[in-house]
Design a protein around this ligand. Sequence first.
Ligand SMILES: Cc1cc2nc3c(=O)[nH]c(=O)nc-3n(C[C@H](O)[C@H](O)[C@H](O)COP(=O)(O)OP(=O)(O)OC[C@H]3O[C@@H](n4cnc5c(N)ncnc54)[C@H](O)[C@@H]3O)c2cc1C
Length: 452
Amino acid sequence: MDIKNNRTSENTMEAACKVTDDICLPDSKFPRVVIIGGGFAGLALVEKLKHKELQVVLFDKNNFHQFQPLFYQVATSALEPDSIVFPFRKQISGYKNVAFRLVEVEEIQPSLNTLITSKGKVHYDYLVLATGTTTNFFGMDSVEENSLGMKDIRDSLNIRHMMLQNLEQAAITCDDDERDALTNFVIVGGGPAGVEMAGALAEFCKYILPKDYPEYPSSIMKIYLIEAIDELLSTMSDKASSKTLKYLKDLNVKVLFNESVSDYDGSQVTTKSGKTILAKNLIWTAGVKGQFPKGIDEKHVVKGNRLKTDSNLKVEGHENIFAIGDIAAIITEQTPKGHPQVAQTAIQQGKYLGSSLLKIMEGEAVKPFEYKDKGSLATVGKRKAVADLGKFKFAGYFAWLLWSIVHLLSISGFRNRLMVGFNWAVSYFSYEKSNRVIIRNFKPKSVIHTKK
Ligand SMILES: Cc1cc2nc3c(=O)[nH]c(=O)nc-3n(C[C@H](O)[C@H](O)[C@H](O)COP(=O)(O)OP(=O)(O)OC[C@H]3O[C@@H](n4cnc5c(N)ncnc54)[C@H](O)[C@@H]3O)c2cc1C
């Protein structure tokens, strides 16, 4: 019998384990599909594969799904972290053919259909990589060591703690330069994440700072947004881009175009043109790169560290390995750079693979993946947003209302939606945010490394 401990009953702790596996999983007569990553793509796939004649195993290094578009609100104390993350076990509760295991996958051994994980080996029949991206510092070690990215809920909490600690320290110091550095914020990257972060910080400065820190004027907190090209939100329309710039300027954000950061020592930002800005708060939203376990041949990796797939999302050179979401790149004449790395692409690819996987397994021909662009939205502070919906391009209050509804409906879990909705309602009428408490002491990476 191909099992450990002689446990075969479905009722024993998830039944039986295959001898070859280090990770205990239910015994199943169906093919095993392992999905690495429960982001937008991985979860959309799980939803499609539930109750199918497949054994679905979801691996993630966290036990929760993260709603990345609202990270900036956690960073600026507008929302608490648990309202935008959702436990996988709650999500899959009642899905009899789906198992979740909290592991980090370290290596793929395609010739053996095996994964090496932080908890040991496990085999797969079909593998789906939905591992998303990580912050790309473009090889600038000084920036990576001293700044903060925003790709994980912990990053958002680090930004929140860095900001609150620095504002407290600014009230203590008698040194003017030190105070400037502590209260200056530099955000790098004029995409949606950078723009939304800059808007939220500017509102914090306008409405919260005078109440919480009466000892200094709100003009003490300066917010810089650095963008390498000559426009913001470059993937959206010109109207969205120019309106965003106007909204940010109205909020006193200093936007620097055609500038890129070349060095950062933790106190001073230096740009390629030689400009310097004193700032102990640097938030990096200027780029991402694909992340996936080792084991896939370099020749299948394209720009941005993404995996080249065919139009059915099968990774080039592999018959039973697929990639979906930010990590996947279907390179065609129409999409020479792959599809946009946004939540809609990830969800649509997860759903597509969920609908076609059984057919692909049977060797049936399936239609290629087709992306339906449902439009783009970005918000700049409260009551202002920009929207590009096909030929309808608009900005202002209705764009913001639409942004709020779309985001509220997209959050996983009824309780989370309720919490976010309640927080937004309170802040709509009062500009009040969550309690701004320093629960843990944030230390920059450079300080931690020096102490080792
Ligand atoms: C700050 C920010 C704001 C954004 N705003 C928007 C927005 O407004 N609109 C929009 O459409 N998109 C937005 N995006 C982009 C959007 O979040 C991504 O396109 C989307 O999350 C991609 O989904 P995914 O499933 O491919 O990857 P992710 O959602 O990144 O999920 C990847 C999962 O894989 C897991 N994982 C990774 N490696 C391993 C491993 N080795 N082992 C185990 N688990 C692993 C991770 O823990 C994670 O759960 C934003 C992104 C950021 C960072």
